[in-house]
Design a binder for this molecule. Structure first.
Ligand code: NDP
Length: 329
């Protein structure tokens, strides 16, 4: 028997239950991982709430963790029992002591990277990698806007932007978060609770505005983001923390200056094992060099049994950086 989080109906954090289950053996091309640290991602709240509805109920939750391979299924040759791995995009069920994962979603974990660091940085770091290096290749000296800059993805983006020599303008909702984003390397910070985002972007860029906006907040910042873009700029809408953007009249892109919009996801950029390995190597190199430092405060490490409390805190906007679930407690 093992423990996991599951939910039988979509809804608020209350639907999360901590239950016993009997892990099945890994199927063909799968590995079984004993999780040591589990990454909490905002996307998990979309699945739990039904915004991204799970295929069946009851369902497991979570797609990211780091741990040790305990069994391998048929056809797996590149990993073996005892290997340390980190995985993302695993299919729902990572909020668990044990999870069966497609072997091509798991990367071998370099010795210098702890389970906690891996689970706190893998999915979020791969996301920053594809956003800043592939969706739009950010250039040295380039000024751009990145929302939720003190969040899990956001703090990694601040550091990656600095390492590239680019100037990230980050939005945050409190002075403490502003300080944290600045420490992480944001070039400038806008407090979205008391400043007009587009007006501040114009001011910071002497009226030029920016060529690209990375927006994970969604509904609440859609117009601010478009208003922050210069002519023919690119709006990268990659999340829905405040709700999804719906009902858009494409004419607005013309009115705001012949803008471009993309709605990317990690699944569209890391599509096979080779792409997973090459993106992970970029991330692991940034972690190993110290260019990116990810530290999870004790107040954001939760026993697996307390996933409900972890979701409440994440959705309250009071977290900074990444949060983790730790199995076995
Ligand atoms: P975060 O730690 O960034 O938490 C979300 C943050 O969004 C909050 O801390 C808050 O920061 C901000 N926010 C703004 N408005 C709201 C609101 N109304 N309710 C709640 N939060 C709000 O989460 P993650 O690092 O896990 O993920 C960041 C974003 O990136 C998410 O939207 C996620 O869906 C997206 N994502 C997308 C991926 C993709 O490939 N498309 C992959 C991974 C993540 P503040 O209070 O400072 O405004």
């Amino acid at each position: 028997m093992a423990k996991r989080i599951q939910f039988s109906a979509t809804g608020g954090p209350d639907v999360l239950e901590y239950v016993d289950f009997t892990p099945a053996d890994p199927g063909d091309q799968e590995i079984q991982v004993e999780n040591r640290a589990i990454g909490i991602n905002y996307i998990d709240t979309y699945v739990r709430s039904g915004l991204y509805a799970p295929a069946t109920l009851p369902s497991g939750l979570g797609t990211e963790a780091a741990g040790v391979v305990t069994k391998v299924g048929r056809g797996v040759s590149h990993l073996k029992a005892g290997d340390r791995v980190v995985y993302a995009q695993s299919g729902l069920g990572a909020y668990s002591e044990v999870h069966n994962v497609p072997a091509d979603k798991a990367a071998p974990l370099p010795q210098g990277i702890s389970f906690e660091l891996a689970a706190a940085s893998f999915l979020k770091g791969l996301t920053v990698y594809y956003l800043l290096r592939q969706t739009h290749e950010v250039q040295p000296g380039e000024v751009f806007l990145f929302h939720a800059a003190a969040g899990g993805v956001g703090l990694i983006a601040c550091q990656w932007a600095k390492a590239l020599g680019a100037k990230l303008i980050g939005t945050v909702s409190s002075d403490e978060k502003a300080e944290r984003a600045k420490q992480a390397g944001a070039w400038a910070v806008i407090n979205s609770q008391r400043e007009d985002i587009a007006a501040r972007v114009a001011e910071l860029t002497q009226g030029e505005k920016v060529g690209v906006v990375f927006d994970s907040v969604g509904k609440e910042t859609w117009l601010d983001s478009l208003n922050s873009l210069k002519r023919r700029g690119l709006m990268v809408s990659f999340g829905n923390a405040s709700g999804p953007v719906t009902g858009v009249d494409l004419g607005i892109l013309n009115q705001k200056g012949s803008l471009f919009v993309t709605r990317p996801s990690l699944n569209g950029y890391v599509t096979n094992y080779q792409e997973l390995l090459s993106a992970s190597q970029e991330l692991f190199a940034m972690l190993a060099s110290g260019a990116i430092h990810v530290e999870v405060p004790e107040s954001q490490k939760f026993p697996l049994s307390e996933a409900k409390r972890a979701h409440e805190l994440l959705q309250s906007r009071r977290t900074q950086g990444s949060s983790l679930l730790i199995p076995g407690h």
